[in-house]
Design a protein around this ligand. Structure first.
Ligand SMILES: *Cc1c(COP(=O)(O)O)cnc(C)c1O
Length: 446
């Protein structure tokens, strides 16, 4: 970690004058299609703090959307990136390969759930990993249809937009979308439980509802793959009821359908296990990873059973930058940091601390409809008092007030009513508690 002081400090209003100047330049230089959560420009970041260009220090509960899990500019990563950049920055792995790529693949094969022989292939972004997982599944099965779930988020490229559920802001006006994509109902314990208590608690029952769609509306004979986030990210940090994922996987195995786990947001220690699938004891056929893999350098991967990942013809997979050596060096340093510094255990401590505090808030305030998540991936679903009706206005106001007080929080959810917390695992308890105190104060004010 750099010497950035680990405390919240406000020296100007948020945003400050220097950020406002840069925001004006952004407005005239950058596409209006790129929105920002906070119009605050970053100068430095480390541990649990982002320092802005005006000298304000903000508590980071976002990790750049679940990316800087081991802490921003983590020391091992900074060193590895500098050393690798000085040796060579690029050759293209498809032209003259290099060891770093192979080493990342070996680690992925070792770390992902499943004991059989595995293979990996590297890309640049989460969406690119998802696209390639679908290519691999189609190549392996000789089938075309793909099923994604309600509330799913898989990216913003054409195929991944089709897989993503939410229209605004991700899809609206950007069609036509890729064909042969179908949608099945998810297990959403909080909302299912409002309709039917048993359905909310029993994942196998929710899986039956989904499998009915797969079986009757698409048909296993046409279905190449089922893709699912083991805990939904953008969709609202929805943890499916126990038994849902194993029942889906069992059906896929029985029907020659490739089961793809999109662990782009949940992977690399975020949920208190290396991969979220481990909480349900499942071994997916393919796993997509990105976000937390390389502490912010662009890298993603598809890992899975050797017979499946080896199915495409030679040169059928690839890309100019996929598995860039500098990004691979960052990934190797990230994996070393996760394993050596006990960060999975730290994620579980963060879960205990946050759920305890948020649970106490919820006990006194029925606008907190649901508190859920695993590890350092925790969310609050906000509803109108005395009901389960989503309250996106309250969520927006709460986030804005937290931002003004120097706490970076993100929102998500199909109904825009979920406040989500993705702190770096290197944040101190003191900073976490302070951020939750700010939130409690802000909530009481609204
Ligand atoms: C962020 C995300 C993606 C897309 O990743 P990009 O790197 O933004 O393309 C895909 N799936 C999930 C679950 C994600 O959270």
């Amino acid at each position: 970690m750099t010497d950035l002081e680990q405390s919240r400090l406000l020296v100007t209003e948020i945003p400050g004058p220097r950020s406002l100047e840069l925001a004006a330049r952004k407005h005239t230089a950058v596409s209006a299609g790129i929105g920002t959560t906070m119009p605050v420009f970053c100068a430095r970041a480390a541990g649990g703090i982002i320092e802005d260009v005006d000298g304000n220090r903000l508590i980071d509960l976002g990790s750049g959307i679940a990316v800087t899990t081991i802490g921003n500019a983590a020391p091992r990563v900074v060193e590895a990136v500098g050393a690798q950049a000085a040796r060579f920055t690029h050759t293209c792995f498809m032209v003259t390969p290099y060891e770093e790529y192979v080493a990342v693949a070996e680690h992925l094969n070792r770390l992902t759930p499943g004991s059989g022989e595995k293979r990996s292939v590297l890309f640049n972004s989460g969406a690119e990993a998802v696209e390639n997982a679908v290519k691999i599944a189609r190549s392996y099965t000789g089938k075309q249809a793909v099923v994604a779930f309600d509330h799913a988020y898989h990216g913003r490229t054409n195929l991944t937009m089709a897989l993503t559920a939410k229209s605004m802001p991700y899809k609206s006006g950007f069609g036509p979308f890729a064909p042969e994509i179908y949608r099945a109902p998810l297990s959403y314990p909080y909302r299912d439980g409002l309709v039917d208590k048993e359905l909310g608690a029993n994942g196998e029952l929710a899986a039956e509802r989904a499998i009915d769609v797969l079986d009757k509306q698409i048909g296993a004979a046409n279905l190449a793959a089922v893709i699912i986030e083991p805990i939904q990210g953008e969709g609202g940090f929805i943890v499916p009821a126990p038994g849902f994922l194993p029942a889906l996987l069992a059906w896929c195995r029985d029907n020659d359908v490739v089961f793809i786990a999109d662990e782009v947001q949940t992977g690399f220690g975020r949920t208190g296990a290396m991969f979220a699938c481990e909480h349900e004891g499942i071994e997916p056929d393919l796993i997509c990873t990105a976000k937390g893999i390389a502490d912010g350098l662009p890298l993603s991967a598809v890992t899975g059973r050797a017979e499946i990942v080896d199915a495409p013809h030679v040169s059928g997979l690839g890309g100019t930058y996929g598995g860039n050596p500098v990004a691979c060096a960052a990934a190797l340093a990230t994996i070393e940091t996760l394993e050596r510094d006990g960060l999975l255990e730290r994620a579980r401590q963060i879960e205990t601390l946050m759920k305890d505090r948020l649970g106490r808030l919820q006990a006194d305030d029925d606008r907190l409809g649901d508190v859920r998540g695993r590890g350092a991936m925790i969310a609050v679903e906000l509803v109108k008092t005395g009901t389960a009706e989503p309250d996106p206005e309250l969520t927006k106001k709460l986030a804005a007030a937290a931002h003004a007080a120097g706490v970076v929080v993100l929102t998500c959810g199909t109904y825009g009513n979920v406040l989500r917390f993705l702190p770096p695992l290197t944040i101190s308890d003191e900073l976490l508690i302070e951020a939750l105190d700010v939130l409690a104060l802000v909530l009481a004010d609204l």
